[in-house]
Design a protein around this ligand. Sequence first.
Ligand code: C2E
Ligand code: MG
Ligand code: MG
Length: 299
Amino acid sequence: YEVRYSNEDFETAFDRSMIAFSAAKNSRDKFVVFYNDAMEENLVWEQFVEDHFQEAIEKHEFKVYYQAKVSALTGKVSGAEALVRWIRSDGSVVFPGKFIPVLENNGMIAELDRYMFQEVVKHQKAWLDQGIPIVPVSVNLSRVQLAEQNFFERYKKMLEQSSLPSKYVSLEFTESAMFDNEEILRDTVDQIHDAGMKVLIDDFGVGFSSMMTLKTIPADIMKVDKCFVDSIGDERGNKIIIGLIEFAVSLGMSVTAEGVEDEHQYLFLKEHNCNDIQGYYFARPIPAEEYCEKFLKTA
Ligand code: C2E
Ligand code: MG
Ligand code: MG
């Protein structure tokens, strides 16, 4: 090995070796890892998120952005997905990819997810009371939550207290959320259904347990991952996505395609009986007010 000398003091050198050590421990394929500055920056960021999370919740810095979904058949808005954005006090926007993994690691994600659900329920109820024709909104749930028994109780309570009809909210799970304990999972899904809400499987097809998941989980809507939409146009890609749609339909599920960016993809999906379309081609995630003006009031 190359031996590198630096003039850092003992404490710094020790801290950095521990950082490299933990990177090696978390790595699947590396036994030797050298420290680099990016590792430390990442740790600093994680600490920042951890230290500022509560304050950000209290100051309502987390905002619900809504991305409309469109019915392939009618071209009309059929629903929306709630996506979190962290608007910092200086106005900068932080995307979920930057802080969700951190919150998943330190266990704070459950609180954010409940906050998002509460906000969505509040928006939906307010719009409904104003006579605006709302559509169902799906809220993302972190995989961490499913391990918690009775996690749905609190969601149910929020819903009941709002008196929003339950058909106007639904929950998205990723497949990777679904491997842990089949029984708990099954029970949770039953509770969600009993409450009158739908269950969506997010990013379908990219996890490794795809097919078996569906055996346990009677989900209502399959969200076909963007990577399949991206491969439309390729001969095998076309066959796979057609197969996926038929597969979902045979299990009684409705299909939503994610990440649809152009007309060609849209027309292909429509032709092959995909039910709903989500993607930049029709709508980007936008703040609540803008979504309401643009997609609900004009319906
Ligand atoms: P997701 O649930 O699969 O959401 C779809 C992501 O794809 C969103 O990214 C959306 O902005 C993006 N997207 C939609 N249409 C297109 C398109 O046509 N092209 C491209 N390139 N991208 C498109 P976003 O908002 O950055 O969210 C990323 C992920 O973060 C989400 O993936 C979800 O897993 C997670 N997430 C977002 N909000 C929450 C939340 O409140 N709770 C939890 N637990 N996770 C969340
Ligand atoms: Mg989602
Ligand atoms: Mg997705």
